[in-house]
Design a binder for this molecule. Structure first.
Ligand code: GTP
Ligand code: MG
Length: 560
């Protein structure tokens, strides 16, 4: 039976959702004011304000809460305390105070770490709670509880897979994967704290500086543990541009052969090394087209990429965030596709000749812009530009026009979410769509929302939405593009067979997101027959002549 006919059959046979799924799936009621769409700027402003009145304090354990809460309450009003543990098993409390002034009162009452002539004291929002000297101060048990315990803890993969196994439908699986793996509130707070720390340190040298997270930390498609992309910007308030003001700051032009950006980034990298507690393994990649500084934040357990003045990156994140907010199916679907691509090694944590999460996300958005029987899920970017007004005008670096509608409440209700397909249907259709897509001649453009003619012969062409003359997948090789085509076909076949009814070990999403080797290991370790079980060593094959164990057995090796 053709895949298309099969889809129709599946749609007709679709089981009704169970109630819990329906709840997650509900569309926003736009007549209800309390549920209106908020803007990206509002979210960012709220998160930055939160960070400006928060501190991160290293403590002994989560049971330090009462003492820390009592101690801080002597100086300021505490709003909430969130606890997390990093991968070094160190405990931290992120404390939000009622105002920035309140938080500053606490900072005033801090001391330096130790009297060591080699250490220049530094004030940043990352602190340490010293054990009480002498007799312990008694704090009355507060009626305040930790807002969050183990806030930044990733779900155990085995637990996740068991839960996915027990889902009733594939749609339910997609929703569960999204709910269990997306960035949580604690994670987002921590990301804004890391940005804030660097902002505080740099602002002693630079005026009007802002450090903002962008990319998957803020675009709604970030999963727990994703990297933190940061951009350092120089924001000059409009009144500072007033030519009627007669006293003007003398300014300093960067001297020397290298570009000013490279030199500023070099300085920031040094500041990270010398002045930012928690920052480690600082790497300068300053000769790239976009110079970046990479570092690990050990207290926050984050890998950070800092770039300079890349405002268009923030607008791109805003665009993705808006499209993800418009319909509640967009993010779960994208999470599933990103996870599937990682499992079949289409994406990799290392850069190379393969597709990355960002263009993959554009592929999902583009698919959702296609007209199905009952219409589109998402509008084109062209439409968002058409609906924009004066207050939406944004010009980024190099005069890049990043104007599009920011307030989604202004969109006519019938201009999106027309298609009411459930998540499992959309996932299947996504694979079907790309299994049949004419990669040879067509480019993917979320600006147009329909395939357009490819301007060159690169294997994969995905138009950069904010700079349409550029291809965001220009790095993808012919072989990788072929692999993408093969994998989308395989995925469609897999879903086609499981959607037919039978629940096997790898039914639905499981067969798409579980790495083959992991699956084999798990199967083996679950085998009841002791004669098949085996030491961990038996799961590896020797590579070459030596007896050294080199690589994990593949699925096929393990099968017999
Ligand atoms: P993950 O980090 O993989 O979770 O996803 P991400 O969306 O954060 O991607 P990445 O860290 O690779 O890039 C960060 C952001 O930079 C993206 O979200 C985009 O906004 C932007 N970006 C990434 N690749 C490109 C590109 O090829 N061209 C342009 N103009 N922007 C890009
Ligand atoms: Mg990223």
């Amino acid at each position: 039976m053709s895949v298309l006919l099969q889809t129709i059959k599946l749609c007709l046979n679709r089981k009704p959702y169970n109630t819990s799924y329906c709840k997650c799936f509900s569309f926003r009621n736009k007549s209800d004011n309390s549920k209106r769409f908020i803007t990206f700027d509002e979210v960012v402003a709220q998160r930055r304000a939160e960070a400006q009145k928060s501190l991160v304090v290293q403590v002994n354990s989560e049971s330090s809460f009462n003492e820390l809460y009592g101690y801080c309450s002597k100086y300021a009003t505490v709003n909430d305390v969130h606890h997390y543990k990093n991968s070094n098993d160190e405990h931290y409390m992120l404390i939000e105070f009622s105002s920035e002034d309140n938080m500053k009162d606490v900072l005033q009452a801090c001391s330096a770490h130790q009297k060591d002539v080699d250490i220049m004291s530094v004030q940043s929002p990352f602190l340490w709670f010293r054990a009480a000297p002498g007799a312990k101060e008694k704090f009355p048990a507060s009626n305040k509880l930790l807002a969050v315990k183990h806030g930044s803890c990733k779900i155990d993969e085995d637990v996740l897979f068991d839960e996915l196994q027990n889902c009733e439908t594939v749609s339910h699986q997609l929703q569960l994967l999204y709910d269990q793996t997306k960035l949580n509130d604690m994670d987002v707070r921590l990301r804004y704290m890391v940005a804030r720390q660097l902002e505080v340190i740099c602002s002693s040298l630079y005026a009007n500086i802002a450090i903002k997270p962008f990319g998957s930390s803020v675009n709604g498609f970030g999963k727990m543990g994703c990297d933190l992309d940061l951009v350092l910007t120089n924001i000059v308030a409009p009144e500072m541009m007033d030519s009627k003001r007669r006293l003007v700051f003398q300014e300093k032009k960067c001297e020397g052969g290298r570009s000013p950006w490279q030199r500023h980034m070099e300085l920031v990298a040094t500041l990270l090394e010398l002045r930012a507690p928690g920052a480690a393994r600082v790497t300068r990649i300053l000769n790239a087209r976009v110079p970046i500084v990479k570092y690990s934040h050990e207290m926050a357990d984050l890998e950070c990429d800092l770039c300079y003045n890349n405002i268009s990156g923030v607008y791109m994140s805003e665009l993705l965030w808006l499209l993800g907010s418009l319909d509640s199916r967009v993010r779960p679907l994208t999470f599933a596709v990103r996870r599937w691509a990682r499992a079949c090694s289409l994406t990799s944590p290392h850069p190379g000749r393969w597709i990355t999460n960002f263009p993959l996300t554009l592929m999902v958005l583009f698919f959702l812009q296609q007209k199905r029987n009952d219409g589109i899920v998402l509008p084109s970017l062209k439409y968002l530009v058409k609906m924009s007004s004066k207050e939406d005008v944004r010009i980024a670096e190099e005069n890049l026009n990043c104007t599009f509608l920011r307030d989604l409440n202004k969109l006519p209700e019938d201009s999106y979410s027309q298609s009411k397909d459930d998540l499992q249907t959309l996932l299947f259709q996504f694979f079907e769509f790309y299994a049949q897509f004419d990669f040879q001649d067509k480019a993917i453009s979320i600006n147009e929302g329909v395939p357009i003619r490819k301007p060159n012969a690169l294997p994969l062409y995905i138009v950069n939405p904010l700079e349409q003359s550029l291809n965001v997948s220009r790095n993808v090789s012919f072989e990788e593009c072929e692999r993408l085509k093969t994998e989308v076909r395989n995925a469609a076949w897999h879903l086609e067979s499981v959607l037919d009814g039978k629940k096997t070990d790898d039914w639905g999403l499981l067969g798409l997101i579980e790495k083959k080797t992991t699956r084999s290991l798990k199967k083996l370790l679950r085998v009841g027959n002791t004669h098949r079980l085996v030491s961990v060593k038996d799961l590896f094959v020797e590579d070459g002549e030596g007896s050294e164990i080199k690589k994990l057995k593949t699925d096929e090796d393990i099968q017999d």
